[in-house]
Design a protein. Structure first.
Length: 207
């Protein structure tokens, strides 16, 4: 039987300096209560098509305040990527942590449009995997709406496979019913795919 970490035994907060493909330096770190304004500006600057499939309306400041200040690290780890004091990517690891959900977590992330195709999503995902391994997570899942084809491709490249499709199960921010796709991958397979991804590039990752 795999042991689980008691809620009060948190892993250390994350703060790492990294370099993306084009040479720009960023900091990946744990979200802080003081990130409310940065986070709100990040989400409001996202194109409407990117915001459409998020779970909550992030243009509502109260929603952003809640997710930024009400941080319960026994259930969720939130990371942000910061460049020049601006958030350019946001990621989260949602820990089930009870009953049938022991050793299972869900990953979510979004990257600013100007920073996509620059390796930033891969770097952020890698840090979320590090957190998952420290919490002794064995399985990672991702929930996507069918129109999120780009995210679907990324997850497949990382080793996720589609497990379930529930027709017209969730509504997007426009109120339209969408099919829900649930993808899953063992953490060890994710690490293998991540290592392969990094070995195939000609740039280095800096901590």
């Amino acid at each position: 039987m795999t042991a689980t970490i008691a809620p009060q035994q948190f892993v250390p907060e994350v703060e790492k300096n990294l370099t993306v493909k084009d040479g720009r330096q960023v900091t990946v770190r744990s979200m802080r209560p003081t990130d409310v304004e940065r986070s709100y500006e990040f989400f409001c600057a996202l194109p409407a098509d990117d915001r459409k499939y998020l779970r909550v309306d992030v243009t509502r400041r109260r929603m952003v305040e809640r997710r930024t200040t009400e941080l319960d690290r026994s259930r969720i780890e939130r990371l942000v990527v910061v460049h020049d004091d601006e958030i350019v990517a946001d990621g989260a690891l949602h820990l089930e942590g009870h009953g049938w959900g022991d050793n299972v977590a869900e990953i979510r992330l979004i990257v600013a449009r100007d920073w996509q195709r620059n390796g930033l999503g891969t770097l952020l995902t890698r840090e979320l995997f590090h957190l998952a391994s420290q919490y002794r997570v064995d399985r990672i899942i991702a929930r996507l709406m069918r129109p999120q084809k780009g995210a679907h491709r990324i997850m497949r490249r990382l080793g996720f496979s589609e497990e379930f499709l529930i027709p017209e199960h969730v509504r997007d921010q426009d109120g339209t019913w969408q099919d829900l796709i649930i993808m899953r991958c063992p953490l060890e397979d994710l690490w293998r795919e991540m290592e392969s991804s990094f070995e195939s590039t000609d740039w280095r990752r800096h901590r």
